[in-house]
Design a protein around this ligand. Sequence first.
Ligand SMILES: CC(C)(COP(=O)(O)OP(=O)(O)OC[C@H]1O[C@@H](n2cnc3c(N)ncnc32)[C@H](O)[C@@H]1OP(=O)(O)O)[C@@H](O)C(=O)NCCC(=O)NCCS
Length: 162
Amino acid sequence: MKCWFAAPQPICEPGRIADADDLAALHAIAFRHGWPAAEMEALIADPSVLVVVAREGRTPFTRRPVGFVMVRAAADEAEVLTLAVAPRRRGRGIGRLMMDEMIRRLYFLRVGALFLEVDEGNGAARALYQRLGFREVGRRPNYYGGSGGSTANALVMRADLK
Ligand SMILES: CC(C)(COP(=O)(O)OP(=O)(O)OC[C@H]1O[C@@H](n2cnc3c(N)ncnc32)[C@H](O)[C@@H]1OP(=O)(O)O)[C@@H](O)C(=O)NCCC(=O)NCCS
């Protein structure tokens, strides 16, 4: 039986300046070092930065961001600046949906390669990137600082889009 009360599927849209507070809040939950809303605003307004936001809600007026990805493009290469999904919405394909949409946009902008850095111990992110066709092209030992002086390696990954 179809459940008429089930939440509608999220939709992916470009980020707007008005999203800055929501994106800063999503980022603060996902990462140790938050980005203030003013920084988010500057990134959204930057013409070299592409922002895809996943929104959930029944109407355009009630839709709220549940995830976002930001990419900086320069010539025919681009780099993922950040990617986050609200903790209670993870594991439902939203990260994949947003990355697919971002890659589609980059493809139409004739961007040939997309790079990113990921914590070697971040299994969820690595699984997602592997599914999307990223491959490891470098490693930065002790790149991320953790609590109590601990460190973690960063993997540099690349996906060819053409
Ligand atoms: C990484 C993150 C964005 C993934 O978003 P998500 O919406 O949960 O991911 P999805 O549900 O789209 O999953 C995508 C794929 O990764 C796999 N995956 C997701 N979470 C996983 C986990 N914890 N363990 C193993 N595989 C996982 C899924 O199986 C899926 O594969 P499939 O398409 O073959 O089914 C999310 O976990 C997050 O916000 N983490 C905190 C912030 C972060 O680490 N960002 C990345 C920084 S580089």
